[in-house]
Every structure is written in C-alpha cells, then in structure tokens.
Write a new protein. Structure first.
Length: 360
C-alpha cells in the first residue's frame, strides 16, 4: 500500500518510519527542498495548491493523509476527486480555524474559555469589555507554537493589537488560570472503533511544547475521553486526533484540536504498545487498531534549535534519540528524546539528566 502525505516534515518522517514495517510506501508533497521526510519516500516538490503535482500524487497512492492542518480546503477537495483522503475535508476545515473549533466544542457541551470573533479593533475593544483582562488574542488560522497570538494584560496591550497581528480574523479568549495542560491522543478507525492513549501532561515555554509526561490513571481520563469522543463522532473522524485541554478547578476546558499525529504523542513510539504514528496509518488504511496501553513510565523532551550530542543522549538509560535531520534554527523543533523507565522516580531523574544536556 502506498500512502501520500501532504507535508514532509518530522511528522511525515515518523509516519513513514512506523509504516515501513507494515509494508507501506510513502510519497510526500512539500515545497521545501530540505523536507526532512524526503529520505523516507518519494518527494514531490510543489506548492500545496499545485494541481498538476496533486494529481500526480493522487495517481500513485492508495490514499492521502496530512501532517499539518493548514492545508487549503481546495487542495483537499481536489484530491478527494481521485483518491480517499483521511481525515476528511470537514475535519480539517473545523480544526484549522479557532472560531469553528471553539463553536463546535460549545455546541457539543464541552467547556471552553470565553471567546469572541474579532474582525476589527472595534470588535476587540468591545470583546475586552465583556470578557475582561487578562485575555489572549489569537489569529483564527495559521497560528502554531505560540505564533500569531498575544496575551493582553492592560489597556495599553489592547491598543493597536488587531493591526499588530496582521489585521486578520482573530479570536479573543479569556485567559485561563490553569493548574496544568493535558492532551489526549485518540485514534478512530473507519468503522468507528475508537481508542485513547493515557492523558499526557504538557509543559510549554514561550508557546512551544518542551516536555510531555504520560500520566498514570489520571482522574480526568474518563472526562477527557467523553469530550474527545463527542468530537470524533461529530466529525465522523478517521485517524489520530490530539485534543489539548487546560486543567482548571478540577475539570477541563478545551483549548484546541489537531487533526493529525501530535508532538505530545511522540512518547508513544517507545512508550506505548502501538505508537500514534502506526495507529494513524492503521486507521486510515482500514486496518485493525493497535493497543494504546503504556509499556512503562514515559516522557518526551523536545530539542529546540539544536540536538545535543547523540552519544550523550543515548548514554542515558532508557533514553531514545529522534534526530529529524533538520538544519539548526532558533525556535525550531529539530528532534526529541523519548524516555521509558520502570517507575516514576527513575523517570524524573532521567528527565533531569536530559534537561542538563539541553542546558535547562
Ligand atoms: P495554543 O496555540 O492555542 O495551543 O496556545 C499555546 C499556549 O499558550 C498554550 O499551550 C497555553 O500555554 C497558552 N494559552 C493559549 N490560550 C490560553 C488561554 N486562553 N489562557 C491561558 N493560556 C493560554
């Protein structure tokens, strides 16, 4: 079976690493000459709206999937004429726009921060008056890793901020005084069968994920699964979805969904029976799903900008290195380490060792 992937970054690369043992081949469509997945399959170097190359991709694969959600809707519609595409155009349409996703959460009875659609500076000022400060202004589309958003704490922060974010449609959200951030990675098969990984506790710095720790029997696991199941069913979703939540007042508030494999699920490569990457491929290919059970205590640390010396990383017991083969760039995710240990105290000690290598 040959899988077409829109995007050729590290998520595409890890999909190919998981699918190759299943006998799958891969083709990636990505405009970047240095797309890091390219070494693991065919690389069609073209823009995401290049119909000639999209057609060429569709003609050589059995199905198409995505490694990022900001794919133009027309691209999905075009590809869907020739080849099955998972997840669906509708799932991408909702997940790529913060207003659509928060409105869907509200319709499904899933708690969210207070939010308002912002089309102008006047809208922003009116929304600040009703939601209050602090608040977070986010572009509705194309934001990632803390880009395209600003925390507003005072009236001075509000002045001129719509223009500062590019005068594009935005969402204002009430600031959530969360006690923690968690994500639930779920996978849904073509026949509706659904499995959930254990909740993951995430730590961000400057809007970028730094550390994910897979939890043990988290008290909010069942609630998170209930919320995520509502979204999966509403979208008749196929594949892996990540759902990020704020933990607040002993409950959960929905932040966002990603209709794809997700950074907070990278620990599953060594830390779960079947990784998020393999389960995504199983789901889209119509194969039986694999077990989402943990196989030890597990965590993932991102390498941002550069990867520490490989021999130092893998010298740490239970530590697995994933170097994406990307060039150094400040703020860029260039690799990660997965830790798998027998118990939590050992895991904590190993996390500290990796953090020392990163220089934290
Ligand atoms: P996002 O791109 O929406 O996932 O935001 C990136 C990070 O900014 C989140 O992981 C939070 O740490 C923080 N953040 C986003 N929205 C809010 C909010 N409404 N209240 C508090 N912190 C937020």
């Amino acid at each position: 079976m040959k899988i077409g992937v829109i995007g050729g970054g590290q998520l595409g690369r890890m999909l190919a690493l998981a699918g190759t043992p299943l006998g799958m081949d891969f083709a990636f469509l990505d405009p970047a000459a240095d797309a890091c997945a390219a070494r693991l399959g065919e690389h069609l170097r073209a823009d995401y709206d290049d119909q000639e190359h999209l057609r060429r991709l569709a003609d050589q694969v059995d199905l198409v999937t995505f490694e990022f959600e900001s794919v133009p809707a027309e691209t999905v519609a075009f590809l869907s004429q020739f080849v099955p595409v998972y997840p669906s155009a509708e799932a991408l349409r909702i997940a790529r726009d913060r207003l659509f996703e928060k409105s869907m959460f509200r319709d499904l009875g899933i708690p969210t921060p207070a939010f308002a659609d912002i089309q102008s500076q006047a809208d922003l000022e009116a929304a600040v008056a009703s939601i209050g400060l602090p608040a977070v202004l986010k572009t509705r589309t194309l934001g990632y890793d803390g880009k395209g958003q600003k925390v507003l704490r005072s009236a001075e922060d509000v002045a001129g901020t719509f223009a500062e974010l590019g005068s594009v449609p935005c969402l204002l959200e009430g600031f959530v005084p969360f006690s923690g951030e968690v994500s639930l990675i779920a996978v849904r098969a073509r026949d509706g069968q659904t499995r959930f990984y254990p909740l993951v506790h995430n730590t961000h710095e400057s809007g970028i994920l730094r550390l994910s720790v897979a939890s043990q029997a988290h008290p909010l696991q069942a609630l998170a699964e209930d919320y995520v199941a509502r979204v999966l069913e509403r979208l008749d979703y196929v594949g892996v979805m990540a759902f990020e939540f704020f933990e607040v007042d002993g409950g959960l508030k929905a932040n966002e969904i990603a209709p794809r494999v997700h950074n907070s699920g990278h620990w599953t490569i060594e830390g779960a029976e079947c990784s998020q990457f393999e389960n995504h491929l199983r789901a889209v290919a119509g194969l039986p799903l694999g077990s989402t059970a943990k196989v030890g205590e597990s965590a993932m640390l991102n390498f941002i900008g550069e990867v520490p010396a490989a021999e130092k990383v893998i010298a740490i017991d239970g530590c697995h290195l994933h170097d994406y083969g990307k060039a150094f760039k400040a703020g860029r995710k260039v690799g990660h380490a997965t830790l798998r240990c027998v118990d939590l105290p050992t895991l904590r000690a190993r996390i500290d060792e990796v953090e020392t290598l990163i220089g934290n």
